[in-house]
Design a protein around this ligand. Sequence first.
Ligand code: AMP
Length: 283
Amino acid sequence: MSVIRKTIDLKKILRLNKIKRNKIGLVPTMGTLHEGHLSLVNEALENCDEVWVSIFVNPIQFNDPKDFKLYPSDPNSDIKKIHSVSKDINLFIPKSVREIYPANPISEKFDFGILDKVMEGEQRPGHFNGVATVLKKLFEIFEPNHVFFGEKDYQQTLIVSKLIDNLFPKISLMVCPTIRNENGLALSSRNNHLPKKYQKICGVIFESLLLAKENCGKMSYLDLNKTIKTKIEKSNSLKLEYFEVRNEKNLEPFTQINKNIRYRAFICVRAKGIRLIDNLLLT
Ligand code: AMP
């Protein structure tokens, strides 16, 4: 397993490996790895000859500087976790922000239409331009055949898909299912900030999505929203930021059940100030 810290070294290795004509898989992450990340890595191992995991906490995708400062980081433990999956995985952990942004870290402006204007895009202005900026750089460096992303961040997968369609038509995007803990809570690096007790209480987030799946089309959208808000906020420590049902292809809002449209429910809850997001296909 190689752990590369400098972009210049990474480029040299990639150039040398090119001769092998390997099928390259890239799993971009922000580290503090958990089973959710590792499921992406396993999928990459199954589908590619050469697997790279990048670990970089990208400053320009954080609209809240406090959130960036508090974002957990534990590279040594990440290296051990990756090592335990396979010794054949390569890691890119930039030594500093300059390895990715030699000049000032500034977001490019992309046109994602409605995709970056709603839900996470609305709550976190500039977030998806920051995500797309770093991914564009990583895709240019690695020139991967396949990239692996989690369904947990479904809105992000639509942004990645658009970025690929527009700029990297040779890359194929693989979206892997959400991995959850025993209470249904989607695994997330942010869960590390939550005491165990709250991780259990937060099982109600997935329960709410299941309730939405059960009742979508039976209850009015307004009633469904009210029911979910009440269910979440029964616990004093949880606050519903948004619950929305949207067309999973283009994120147009739900109007009425239509057999030809796949609708997905999206939820964001603040637990003790920590933002937790999740989603589920309804129809
Ligand atoms: P992050 O480190 O949070 O930027 O996540 C890196 C990748 O892992 C993204 O593609 C996420 O969607 C994915 N991911 C995060 N949590 C999970 C999870 N619980 N299940 C599956 N994939 C996940």
